[in-house]
Design a protein around this ligand. Structure first.
Ligand code: SAH
Ligand code: SF4
Length: 481
């Protein structure tokens, strides 16, 4: 979601004359878009700020006229720690939360005025413009249309349809930093998707903290529109699948409690919906799931998986797990290992429990020692890795359709995604970027596959599209300059 938000901030800034710079050294502004979900992610912000401060000071030293780049921190760390952040980094110009980035132009105008006054002062104090409100106006209504530009969009794009969360899992900061659950109206989503497809996008990933809780206002007109009704995620996917030129639809992240019959059915009957689902379980112990306030048991999670596999037997499953939640015993952890063994994941993410300030679980007394958390994480990851390896191995010799979405590391190499979300490397000309192709899988590795193009298999949908640029800045913290 931060990748999507960063792109939308760039959309807001474009009319002011800002464009992406190569690096912070000669940029007019640097925005760190931050994540607060675990302590490690939040800490990165402060180390990065130290580096940016040096750049800012160096610029003034080299040229007394230069007040250095405006420095801004956006996102959930800013939302959660604004006051502390301004105290720790008084050289900051702007601190803004995830719900106010449509107001960036006003904030920049104020920060620029202050920066002009401080020009020539080495280590000038930042303007300290702060906006971490949850405004009444909906951010999405005040954003410019997503830029319909293939060079920006590439052939695969994110599209936020839902934000925020009302579920209050006891370990999680999201309800406090992103705010209450909100779904964008169906019409706005359709329009944004159509614009992206016109720009050359072939695959869309619908985003939300709880994307399958989506219930956006249905358009009032047309065959499907009845005033006052809403679309759920299955209905939205069915509508998006009608868009010519859109080849693939994915969605993330789903909550097991919000899987419903319509969505299971969509996995069986919507060809454009890819056979891959990220469905975080968090734990396999009912006791811990209750303490986490997840609202399902391990057996209910397994029943969801069974229903998905009934309609789509080849579906690749992914998940999130937290080990060492307060009070987790060896037996609780074993229950997680059993759940993983029974589900058999194609890939999954697992984390050591990280106490987050202000969340109920952080206040619990029976915190699990770090060495125990670390040891459990290793055991879980070994099991998940072996499942991923086995999943990849069974692709050997199979033919898969790929969307070629990135150049590879070496010249002449391309990378595409399989329907199951695996990265597949192959040799091919850069002019094929953005195309759907068919490959035969020749090698399977722990985290990726290698394949060979099958020539002559091009169907009517394998026409070249405009040259696609790879998505930029996709590592960790986003830096839009
Ligand atoms: N809404 C999604 C998850 C969003 S947060 C869901 O409910 O499943 C992404 C992932 O970060 C979570 O699934 C969880 O595994 C992890 N996570 C969140 N808070 C955490 C914490 N305090 N410590 C460790 N991992 C955490
Ligand atoms: Fe956090 Fe997901 Fe739970 Fe919401 S449902 S509180 S986003 S873990």
């Amino acid at each position: 979601m931060n990748v999507y938000d960063s792109a939308r901030m760039a959309d807001v800034l474009a009319p002011l004359g800002y464009a992406q710079a190569d690096g912070p050294e000669d940029a007019d502004m640097v925005i760190l878009n931050t994540c607060h979900i675990r302590e490690k992610a939040a800490e990165k912000v402060y180390s990065e700020l130290g580096r940016l401060r040096q750049i800012k000071e160096q610029r003034t030293e080299d040229n007394p006229e230069d007040s250095g780049p405006l420095l801004a921190v956006a996102g959930c760390v800013a939302q959660a720690e604004a006051a502390e952040m301004l105290a720790r980094a008084p050289f900051l110009d702007i601190v803004l939360g995830p719900q106010t980035y449509h107001r960036l132009p006003e904030m920049i105008a104020r920060a620029e005025r202050a920066a002009k006054k401080g020009a020539g002062t080495k280590g000038r104090k930042g303007a300290g413009v702060l906006d971490t409100e949850f405004p009444d106006e909906a951010k999405f209504d005040h954003l410019p249309r997503a830029r319909a530009d293939a060079a920006v969009a590439g052939c695969t794009a994110f599209l936020t349809i839902q934000e925020g969360c009302d579920k209050f899992c006891t370990f999680c900061v999201v309800p406090y930093t992103r705010g209450v659950e909100f779904s964008r109206p169906g019409q706005a989503v359709l329009e944004e998707c159509r614009a992206l497809v016109e720009a050359g996008v072939r695959e869309i990933t619908l985003l939300g903290q709880n994307v399958n809780a989506y219930h956006g206002a249905a358009p009032n007109e047309g065959a499907t529109g009845v005033a006052g009704t809403t679309w759920d995620l299955a209905e939205l996917i069915a509508q998006l699948a009608e868009i010519d030129g859109l080849e693939r639809v994915r969605y993330t992240t789903s909550h097991p409690r919000d899987m419903d019959l319509g969505l299971y059915a969509a996995h069986g009957n919507c060809e454009k919906l890819m056979p891959y689902l990220h469905l975080p379980a968090q734990s396999g112990s009912d006791r811990i799931l209750a303490a986490m306030n997840r609202g399902y048991t391990a057996a209910e999670y397994q029943a969801s998986v069974a229903q998905l596999r009934q309609v789509r037997p080849d579906i690749a499953l992914s998940g999130d797990f937290i080990v060492g939640f307060p009070g987790e015993s060896e037996a609780d952890f074993e229950a997680t290992m059993e759940l993983v063994a029974s589900v058999n994941y194609a890939q999954a993410y697992s984390f050591k429990y990280s106490p987050r300030p202000g969340t109920p679980a952080a206040m619990l007394e029976d915190q699990v020692p770090d060495d125990v958390r670390g040891e459990r994480l290793q055991r879980l990851q070994a099991l998940l890795d072996s499942q991923q390896q086995a999943f990849n191995q069974q692709m050997l010799g199979r033919r898969l359709r790929l969307l070629l979405d990135q150049p590879g590391r070496r010249p002449g190499q391309l990378v595409g995604r399989s329907p199951y979300m695996q990265a597949v490397h192959l040799d091919g000309p850069a002019s094929m970027l953005g195309q759907m192709v068919e490959v035969e899988i020749t090698d399977a590795h722990a985290n990726s596959l290698a394949g060979q193009l099958i020539f002559g298999a091009q169907g009517p949908d394998l026409q070249p599209t405009a040259a696609m640029a790879p998505p930029e800045n996709t590592i960790g913290m986003e830096r839009i300059i």
